[in-house]
Ligand binder design. Structure first.
Ligand code: 0X9
Ligand code: ZN
Length: 738
């Protein structure tokens, strides 16, 4: 659907009509409009409807319209749902909700959105209470003479060589939650410094600069009586009927380039009379130019729950996209870990629309990793008027998100596993672990000292194996097979050429693997009779569908049959979630449970359509294992594996669920096809003596010991008493465990 989004977004963002004047909302209504084509948008624009989201793509979007416009739209077969008949009373209702929340005081300072003076007072108090750590400073002055304030936070001591990271909010006036989040970050970094050793060590090596309100004039206008709750831009006097410049179009990166930009002063995406024409963007630029070692930046906005990365102005990928993407994913996972909210990572072009002259692209162009985070909510309503009760949760998940960023930049070497981690180390096999090592902040990995430590069982034999360097960022570790019932622990030790040390995983935890045991295996040759909804069914797929993406396969990965969503074609439009549920499986006594299956999946990107996997244990709730984070267009079967140990280990009733949907109103794909589902787990500890790993301690194990008699190099299954010698003590232990 990408092309459609782009066209539509460009059209709307370029031609947003004049904002209604002082009694501006008399007769206007808030609507959710169902957009089906760029023509719909063009039509609405000509009517004079005012888009609030600037996100308009096929599906629902939030707009202000008059009764007359709604009527005309209906005649034109554009469906509009009125969410608020009277904007004035809507705003009164929101105000009431806010003053109730303030009176109740839940969440303290974060019980309600705060005005510009309130924010200034609060950050000043934070700094006054921790003068050794934080200080408030002036970033610049606006058209209307307001001061833009920032707060710097770093541990006491010489900060010259520390990394700098910047968080700002509120380039866009109406995006109120994007003010609360940076303030919360400042407060909790300061607090964390005194009671959280991880935060303390971040602040020892990093100076965090926070500017909660880049656009105080616009922000105050959204609170002023006679002002405009839905104001986006700053308050430049354009010497005409319309005020303001879109600060997030005023930066020197393809300024006025035509993607979601306008030279009309009345447009919500007016680029300004010249690049960096605005005191706010100039002030932020000077601040950034004064920062040595500027490494990362988040520009907070709302709404849609997105983590947008560079570039936003072009489809050409950034040369460091792999690093930018992995930090994006780390933040997404962190956001999700707190309240389960899903944020989507991508370039604006992938998930939203291109835009020229934006802040994130400019900070990226001067050498930082710049992101735009669009905060809660997701859908079209309540939009900018997030209920006050969601301030704290949004701040909490954002704080985890920025901790993920701080973790990322405090690791000199970023380690990832292109083929996933090793879960099982079966006896007699060498297990290959592919490792990618990047240095996001510069420097080089010392390939001659990189190594993996391996330990067999608690307090067991230890070995160190060098990593094989395959050139560039790629390395391979070879992990030998383990012994039945023994857990292998391993961790990586690497350093940069300049001697900065990195362990993976950090701290003193380690990766673990054990000997695999297949617990369930469903080949799909026969119908497993799992519970289905909608068009889920068992049988041979017919190769149908593929309006977008690829059609279904014509047989299974093995054999003819599969379980799939609509074996005869595509999934439906406007589908609600349809589940396929397998189980219950008895996994009691099992550790390190892994789900594996053959996948042939086609689904649109998750702004529109969804495919997911979840697991449930006993009476617990469903936990998401995987959901599509982009469009998926499989054209052949592939094996996928998921670590479900945290959800399924040692439970006597585990259910696994595949879900098709929800889907939006356009673009159909062929959906799920599933074959050869297996569940494996590590053989539980405590079967010492089972030398051949067949689950029994018997005469065959004695014979195995005898046949390998003598010294043992490294780890040997026959060396049951691990003393590097295969001898009579091993036979005695086998017999003892008979
Ligand atoms: O359009 C914007 O400036 C941002 N969205 S918002 O609705 N908060 O106004 C998105 C900017 C992200 N960057 C690009 N699209 N390039
Ligand atoms: Zn914004």
């Amino acid at each position: 659907m990408i092309t459609t989004i782009l066209t539509i977004a460009t059209v709307l963002c370029t031609h947003t009509p004049t904002a209604p004047s002082i009694d501006r909302y008399e007769g206007w209504m808030m609507t959710n409009v169902e957009i089906e084509s760029p023509e719909d948008i063009e039509y609405l624009r000509n009517l004079g409807a005012r888009s609030l989201a600037c996100y308009d793509h096929a599906g629902q979007t939030q707009m202000l319209m008059t009764e007359k416009m709604i009527e005309s739209a209906r005649l034109h077969h554009i469906s509009t749902k009125i969410t608020e008949r009277n904007i004035t009373t809507y705003i009164e209702k929101i105000d009431q909700q806010r003053s109730d929340a303030r009176a109740a005081g839940i969440g303290g300072w974060y019980s309600d959105f705060k005005t510009w003076p309130e924010v200034n007072t609060h950050i000043q108090q934070l700094a006054d209470n921790a003068p050794e750590l934080a200080s408030v400073f002036e970033v610049g002055t606006t058209h209307e003479g307001r001061t833009i304030f920032g707060i710097r936070i770093t541990s006491p001591g010489d900060a010259t060589n520390r990394n700098r990271i910047l968080f700002n909010g509120c380039q866009h006036a109406r995006e109120w939650i994007a003010v609360m989040v940076p303030v919360y970050i400042a407060e909790h970094l300061i607090e964390g410094w005194s009671n959280n050793s991880e935060i303390q060590s971040f602040l020892d090596s990093t100076e965090v600069i926070i500017v909660p309100i880049v656009n105080p004039d616009g922000y105050e206008w959204t609170y002023a009586s006679g002002g405009d709750r839905f104001w986006r831009k700053n308050r430049r006097n354009n010497n005409g009927s319309c005020e303001g410049v879109d600060l997030n179009r005023n930066w020197d990166i393809d300024w006025n380039g035509g993607d979601s930009t306008s030279t009309s002063t009345c447009s919500d995406v007016y680029v300004g009379p010249s690049v960096f024409s605005e005191p706010e963007t100039q002030a932020m630029r000077s601040l950034i130019e004064s920062l040595p070692n500027f490494v990362t930046h988040i520009d907070f906005h709302s709404y849609s729950q997105l983590i947008l990365k560079a570039w936003g102005y072009t489809s050409t990928p950034h040369p460091d996209d792999d690093i930018i993407q992995s930090l994006g994913i780390a933040m997404r996972d962190a956001y999700q870990s707190v309240h389960g909210e899903q944020y989507i990572v991508g370039t604006p072009g992938d998930v939203l629309y291109y835009a020229d002259g934006t802040f994130q692209d400019w900070t990226t162009s001067v050498g930082a990793l710049g992101y735009t985070v669009e905060l809660r909510p997701t859908g079209s309503s309540p939009g900018f008027d997030l209920p006050p009760s969601e301030i704290i949760p949004t701040c909490e998940e954002s704080f985890e998100g920025i901790l993920a960023m701080l973790r990322f930049i405090s690791n000199p070497i970023s380690i990832t596993f292109p083929n996933g981690l090793i879960q099982f180390v079966n006896p007699g096999e060498m297990h290959e672990l592919s490792i990618q090592m990047q240095t996001p902040l510069g420097g080089e990995v010392n390939s001659s000292t990189a190594k993996v430590h391996i330990r067999y069982g608690e307090d067991g034999t230890e070995a160190t194996v060098p990593l094989q360097h395959n050139g560039g960022e790629l390395f391979t570790a070879y992990i030998p097979g383990s012994l039945c019932g023994l857990t292998t622990e391993f961790w990586l030790d690497v350093e940069t050429m300049s001697g900065q040390y990195q362990r993976y995983p950090a701290g003193d935890t380690s990766l673990t693997a054990g000997v695999a045991q297949l617990i369930e295996h469903v080949t799909m040759d026969q119908n497993p009779n799992w519970t289905t909804e909608g068009l889920w069914s068992w049988g041979q797929p017919a190769g149908g569908g593929g309006q977008y993406g690829n059609p279904d396969p014509t047989s299974g990965a093995t054999g003819n049959n599969v379980i799939g969503y609509n074996l005869n074609g595509d999934y439906e439009n406007n589908l609600s979630e349809k589940h396929l549920v397998a189980g219950p499986f008895n996994l009691s006594g099992n550790q390190n449970t892994q789900l594996q299956f053959s996948r042939y999946l086609n689904v649109e990107q998750p702004v529109y359509d969804h495919a997911s996997i979840a697991v449930k244990s006993g009476a617990g709730s469903w936990q998401t294992v995987w959901t599509n984070s982009s469009e998926i267009t499989d054209s052949q079967w592939q094996t996928v594996s998921y670590d479900i140990s945290g959800m399924a280990d040692d439970s006597d009733s585990v259910w696994v669920r595949w879900t098709m949907g929800s889907t939006d109103s356009a673009w159909q794909y062929s959906g799920w096809n599933i074959d050869d589902v297996s569940i494996s787990a590590s053989i539980p500890p405590g079967v010492a003596g089972d030398v051949n790993c067949d689950g029994l301690v018997d005469v065959e194990d004695v014979l195995a010991v005898i046949s390998s008699w003598g010294p043992c190099e490294g780890v040997c299954a026959e060396d049951v008493v691990p003393d590097q010698n295969i001898n009579v003590s091993d036979i005695l232990l086998v017999i003892a465990n008979w």
